[in-house]
Design a binder for this molecule. Structure first.
Ligand SMILES: [Zn+2]
Length: 43
């Protein structure tokens, strides 16, 4: 999943030949980190 830099909307599907936000047309997207539970050190 990707997040648009400009409008902060999440884009589930991205065509490799059409990498831009379908909402605002912004071409700056970044990958959203998967919400995986991180390992926490109980120190
Ligand atoms: Zn956008």
């Amino acid at each position: 999943m990707y997040i648009c830099w400009k409008c902060k909307k999440s884009i589930k599907q991205l065509d490799e030949s059409f990498v831009r936000c379908p909402y605002c047309g912004c071409r700056a997207l970044f990958k959203e980190r998967q919400p995986i539970a991180k390992e926490v050190k109980a120190d």
